[in-house]
Write a protein that binds this ligand. Structure first.
Ligand SMILES: [Zn+2]
Length: 260
């Protein structure tokens, strides 16, 4: 596959990077990413994924836009208040780049309805706002063999990691957090607050890590750094990285037969 002249021009600053190149840009243009959550993380992540020319995007969110979202969810405007986030996000993509395929999924995902949403996906980027959905998404990714970029923020902190629990020796999101968060009563963003620019930093970081996964085997930037959790501190700026080991008792990995 080659890129048309208008696409070569649009992505010239990627293609000139030896770490991406033409082959890398083609890989991005044929990739399908499922974005879980079009909020604080999903919004900036989507802007950079779409700008990177990710060929196909599925946008999942069950929420509607609220005035209090506008402080950090940068693709939404006042006129969008009350409308479904996934739909408005899809319209943003359509306006931004007509060549990208985009689909909105308005509704909550979990359990049985996840597998069809993940079908054909090369990567899932999860920036949703609750642990129950995150764990369900992680389990579905491990079962379907789809890599997961997981990103979260709170107050002045963020965390970003790439998981490939379906691979031998690699951890999943459930290996990291355990089973305690399956309940839906531990979501604290509204009560704790979050600085808007942190969502931008962490969402853009998540897009960067997702692009690494999509370029694996296609360009030298393609080092997915599986199981490395990056902790972003914004109050006194710093970045720490830790390795998440595979949990031999992890329910998600065991169920998928992905424990050695
Ligand atoms: Zn696991």
């Amino acid at each position: 596959m080659t890129l048309a002249p208008d696409r070569l021009e649009r992505f010239a600053r990627h293609i000139v990077l030896p770490e991406v190149g033409g082959a890398g840009q083609v890989a991005l243009s044929t990739a399908h990413v499922v974005l879980i959550g079009c909020g604080g993380i999903g919004s900036p992540a989507l802007q950079y994924l779409a700008a990177a020319g990710i060929g196909e995007l599925t946008l999942v969110d069950d929420d509607r836009i609220d005035a209090s979202n506008l402080q950090r969810q940068t693709i939404f405007a006042e006129a969008d208040i009350g409308r479904p986030k996934a739909e408005v996000a899809a319209q943003w993509v359509e306006r931004f780049d007509r060549s990208l395929k985009v689909r909105a999924h308005v509704g909550r995902v979990g359990g049985d309805n996840l597998a069809p949403v993940l079908e054909g996906a090369h990567l899932v980027l999860d920036g949703c706002d609750n642990f129950a959905t995150r764990l369900a998404v992680s389990d579905a990714c491990v079962a379907a063999g789809v890599p997961l970029t997981s990103a979260a923020i709170g107050r002045f902190q963020g965390q970003v990691a790439n998981f490939a629990g379906h691979l031998p020796g690699e951890s999943c999101y459930r290996c990291f957090v355990g089973d305690a968060f399956d309940a839906e009563d531990c979501d604290s963003c509204a009560a704790d607050g979050v600085l808007g620019a942190m969502a931008g930093m962490v969402g853009a970081f998540a897009a960067m890590q997702a692009i690494r996964v999509l370029l694996e085997g296609r360009a030298t930037l393609g080092d997915p750094q599986w199981g490395k959790l990056h902790l972003v501190e914004g109050f006194v700026p710093s970045l720490r990285t830790m390795r998440i080991a595979k949990d031999p008792a992890c329910k998600g990995c065991l169920k998928a037969g992905a424990v050695d």
